[in-house]
Design a protein around this ligand. Structure first.
Ligand code: ADP
Ligand code: NI
Length: 219
């Protein structure tokens, strides 16, 4: 008998949790867990296949392009290998691998296109995790890992229009807000994610205002 969809989801979660154990780069299991859980919730508000959403959320960062020398197909390759082994059907494997491939395209100078609603839900959940309180924490953790300064008042921040080139930046972590984080609310696909993003965006704006005040030594 073929394993049930729920069994395949459970197996995949276990596999990914083990694979990402000890990752401290912002792509840890906790990130994937949050994306998985919020994607499940967004999926309930959309007419979509929740099975594809769950698997794609769990597998979306299986191979980060930053660690695979820009080989954008590594993620979909690993996804296929895993799902075949887990006993998923061919159609599911194709759909999930395509979503994983498209999610990896972000930040790699490739226009981001996400045609399926399941992929849009996962992309929204992934982007939501880059904003708000968690997003702020992840940005400073990432910046610290690259030995970036918190903020540099000499930098001039303009909202970037070239959304896909942000990885090239060598600037401070606050600059990353203007390169990417403050743009994400307008990049959401689903209504549910747009509403959550609006709240988290406001939170980040409040954070920056407070940050600039404290930077100047204001009490
Ligand atoms: P994901 O795959 O989760 O969408 P990324 O791989 O682009 O995200 O980045 C992982 C985390 O690190 C995100 O929270 C992102 O905002 C943050 N990050 C990426 N690039 C930078 C940067 N240049 N400065 C600060 N934070 C960054
Ligand atoms: Ni992610």
């Amino acid at each position: 008998m073929n394993p049930s969809q729920q069994e395949i989801i459970n197996k995949t979660a276990k596999f990914i949790e083990e694979k990402f154990a000890g990752e401290g780069t912002g792509h840890d299991w906790h990130h994937i867990y949050r994306v998985w859980k919020s994607a499940e919730q967004i999926a309930k508000t959309e007419n979509c296949n929740a099975y594809i959403v769950s698997l794609s959320a769990l597998l979306h960062d299986i191979a980060d392009h930053k660690f695979y020398n820009g080989d954008l197909l590594e993620g979909s390759r690993q996804t296929k290998t895993w799902l075949e082994q887990a006993g998923a059907d061919k159609d599911t494997i194709e759909q999930v691998a395509d979503i994983v491939k498209r999610v990896s395209f972000k930040g790699a100078n490739v226009k981001d296109e996400m045609p399926s609603i399941e992929g849009q839900v996962v992309q929204d959940a992934d982007r939501l995790d880059a904003i708000g309180a968690i997003g702020i924490a992840r940005a400073f953790a990432y910046g610290g890992s690259k030995h970036r300064s918190l903020y540099d008042p000499k930098e001039v921040y303009e909202m970037h229009t070239d959304f896909d080139s942000y990885h090239k930046s060598e600037s401070s972590t606050v600059a990353h807000f203007y390169e990417k984080l403050l743009l994400l609310k307008d990049r959401m696909h689903t209504e549910t994610a747009k509403k959550i993003a609006a709240k988290r965006h406001q939170y980040m704006e409040g954070f920056l205002e407070q940050f600039y005040g404290e930077w100047e030594g204001k009490l």
